[in-house]
Design a protein. Structure first.
Ligand SMILES: [Zn+2]
Length: 200
């Protein structure tokens, strides 16, 4: 399959300059992604380890995983309206000096909207919006696939100790996969935290 963007459908690593947190985000479309995004701590995260970007086309993100999507016109307008509201009576550069009304300001700035510009939503919202369900059976196998890839990649580079910890995580996921009891509600989240706890 040919794509217009090298980052199409890739899971990518971002690292925060302020708190050092590493986070993986999935690009859900053949579209551009920002080099810099916001971190939960208020700092800025940048795309790192480009060589580790991996393409997952039929992917179901975890419920709290952040996902790149195309920005909708409505969302763009909402962001613009919030900015206009903040800067309308700004002490230094009041927008009220440049535009007759707030609505005119919003309409004017919305002309800069471009199709395909990136927005970020969480996995739960993505699954609801694009798969029309809140089922979380599929994400279990994707989580397993991602960990397995990590295991193979890191196993090549690093010591057996890390390998072993990932193996424990994999075993846990397999236990879930092979278990006959269905996984309810926040199954994937519980699984992730359980694994993280064991990886520590
Ligand atoms: Zn941070």
């Amino acid at each position: 399959m040919k794509f217009n963007h090298s980052e199409a459908f890739c899971v990518m690593n971002y690292r925060c300059k302020k708190c050092n947190l590493e986070e993986r985000l999935w690009n859900s479309r053949d579209g551009v992604t920002p080099f810099i995004i916001g971190c939960k701590c208020g700092g800025e995260m940048s795309h790192v380890n480009w060589g580790d970007d991996r393409r997952y086309i039929d992917f179901w993100p975890h419920s709290d995983m952040r996902v790149f999507v195309d920005m909708s016109k409505q969302k763009y307008r909402k962001i613009v309206a919030e900015k206009v509201d903040i800067y309308w009576n700004d002490k230094e550069f009041p927008m009220s000096k440049s535009f007759e009304t707030e609505k005119i300001a919003i309409d004017t700035l919305c002309k800069e909207f471009k199709e395909g510009q990136p927005d970020i939503i969480i996995g739960k919202e993505w699954v609801r919006r694009y798969r029309g369900t809140s089922s979380n059976t599929k994400p279990i196998s994707d989580a397993c696939q991602m960990l397995e890839d990590d295991l193979i990649e890191r196993g090549k580079k690093e010591l057996a100790g890390l390998n072993n910890r990932y193996q424990i995580a994999l075993d846990v996921i397999e236990e879930y996969e092979n278990s006959k009891s269905p996984i309810h509600g926040c199954g994937v989240n519980s699984l992730k935290y359980f694994c993280r706890d064991r990886i520590k």
